[in-house]
Design a protein around this ligand. Structure first.
Ligand code: PLP
Length: 385
């Protein structure tokens, strides 16, 4: 099998498993307990927090561990919006880009449905870019929070986050970015980015599923969504996932350390793969920004064929990839991301996304490109019959 769905998830790295193992076995204590076992767990949790803060360039107290990217996004969007409105009742608007992950989009919709906020959607251009002008056009003194993702999971486009955050700062609106796909391959320094909140998820980086983190700048007020024993400085109650936090920190630190060599290598492999695909399947239509994109992301539409049929043919040939977001897999609705890029609904149904794990080789990608050409021929042959 050649796995080309790294944006869907990644396997747990051996170093990560080894780092978390003690906290699942001998050092299994509850970090809130006062005995020695508890203290050891507490120390591990705080060391993990400090490690994550080191990569993000923030204070450890600004890092909250969550159950993943979805919870981090929910906490940022809902928690900041509710706190802002509590402080200033005029803050009743939320601004999100049109291509956000459902974790952000549905959080905004939930605020509209349950709390009377209105949601403003910031449009993107044909490459999936949010421009500072487009953002400036929708935000104002009534905007409670803005959320624009760092890099898109379906088409790979990277947003000019520092410029967008500057627009929000000028309007005095807190700016959140979903960095789930960016973590490990793009710089995450929150001060350089100028963001007020940033979400990451472990399982895209070689840590297990079910752990993530949210950075929230100390200056920003935020309401908790989960109430209880007051863990995570009251922002996220519940006994902490110590082994998960250790895993996330280990995976993030390793990936960020390898980034200077891994990211250019992936980008070069991706470039050669896209070129090869276009040579073998001239009908293939790359989507997203050709330049400002995730190093390991190659996404295409194949006009007039169903993306799902291409995927099935690819899988029969041992190539695993996806049509877009894993969350939307199996859905017959065209992707909201591709529609926002201006594709018609029929073309949007033809998407196939290849997201390269850091371990991928040029030989594997050559095999995948040949398999894609065969799969496309098989599907168009079937379609013609
Ligand atoms: N945000 C983006 C951009 C994602 O790609 C994903 C996962 O696919 C998430 C959020 C959700 O993260 P998690 O699976 O950890 O809940």
């Amino acid at each position: 099998m050649i796995y080309l769905d790294a944006a869907g998830t990644t396997p747990v790295r051996r170093e990560v498993l080894e780092a978390m193992w003690p906290y699942l076995t001998g050092d299994f204590g509850n970090p809130s307990s006062h005995h020695e076992l508890g203290e050891r767990a507490h120390n591990a949790l705080e060391a993990a927090r400090a490690g994550v803060a080191g990569v993000l360039g923030c204070r450890p107290a600004e890092v909250t561990f969550t159950s993943g990217g979805t919870e981090a996004d929910n906490l940022a969007v809902k928690g900041i919006a509710l706190a802002r409105r509590a402080a200033d009742p005029r803050c009743t608007r939320i601004a999100v880009s049109a291509i956000e992950h459902p974790a952000v989009l549905e959080s905004a919709r939930s605020l509209a449905r349950l709390h009377g906020f209105s949601v403003e959607v910031v449009p993107v251009d044909h490459a999936g870019r949010v421009t500072p002008e487009a953002l400036a056009a929708v935000i104002g003194p009534e905007t409670a929070v803005v959320s624009v993702m760092y890099a898109n999971n379906e088409v790979g486009t990277i947003q000019p986050i520092a410029e967008l955050a500057a627009v929000a700062r000028a309007a005095k609106v807190p700016f959140h970015t979903d960095a789930v796909q960016a973590a490990g391959v793009l710089p995450l320094d929150v001060r350089a980015l100028g963001v007020d909140a940033l979400s990451i998820s472990g399982h895209k980086l070689g840590a297990p599923k079910g752990v993530g983190a949210l950075y929230v700048a100390g200056r920003v007020s935020i309401e908790p969504l989960v109430d209880g024993g007051g863990q995570e400085r009251g922002l996220r109650s519940g006994t902490e996932n110590v082994a998960g936090a250790v895993a996330l920190e280990t995976a993030l630190r390793l990936a960020d350390g390898e980034r200077p060599t891994a990211a250019p290598r992936l980008a070069e492999l991706r470039r050669a793969f896209v070129e090869r695909v276009l040579e073998l399947v001239p009908d293939a239509m790359p989507t997203g920004d050709p330049e400002s994109r995730l190093p390991g992301s190659a996404s295409f539409c194949f006009p007039r064929v169903s993306g799902e049929s291409v995927l099935l043919e690819l899988e029969r040939r041992g190539i695993v990839c996806s049509s877009g977001s894993a969350c939307a897999a199996g859905s017959s609705d065209p992707s909201h991301v591709l529609l926002a890029l201006g594709l018609d609904p029929e073309t949007a149904q033809t998407a196939v996304r290849f997201t390269l794990p850091v371990t991928i080789t040029a030989e594997e990608l050559e095999t995948a490109a040949l398999a894609l050409a065969e799969s496309y021929a098989a599907v168009t042959g079937i379609a013609r019959r």
